[in-house]
Design a protein. Structure first.
Length: 128
């Protein structure tokens, strides 16, 4: 009888190759996710800043006193309340005042969910 099958050695070689490829690919995928989280955090802070600056332009230079001023307007300046929330590995904190604002995005786990904290202040100044 002629049976066609894989030998144990051939199967072990295939498993070793798959493990090697996974060892190479997984760190790259994790770095890409961290980079995406960083970009999303910066983008969200810019969105909140732009909404606050637009609000101030509409209200004679007075900045919003709370996130509700941005989310409940018709139409809303921002569609989602990020303040006090955690989104894609970043926790957002917001400080409102009629003369200024400050928004901060802090990674929940530095090195795993994001690389560093980002802050945007009055005038749209983004800092790391």
């Amino acid at each position: 009888m002629n049976k066609k099958a894989f030998s144990l050695v051939e199967i072990m070689i295939v498993v070793a190759i798959i493990a090697l490829l996974a060892a190479i690919a997984i760190p790259n995928l994790l770095r890409a996710k961290i980079s995406a989280n960083d970009s999303l955090a910066k983008s969200t802070l810019r969105t909140l800043s732009t909404a606050s600056e637009t609000y101030a332009t509409t209200n004679n230079g007075t900045y919003p006193g709370a996130i509700a001023s941005l989310t409940t307007a018709t139409p809303p300046y921002v569609n989602k309340n990020y303040c006090g929330e955690t989104v894609s590995g970043y926790a957002y904190t917001c400080t409102f005042g009629t003369a200024s604002y400050s928004f901060t995005a802090t990674p929940t786990t530095v090195g795993t969910s994001g690389t560093k904290a980002f802050t945007v202040t009055t005038g749209g100044i983004l800092s790391e």
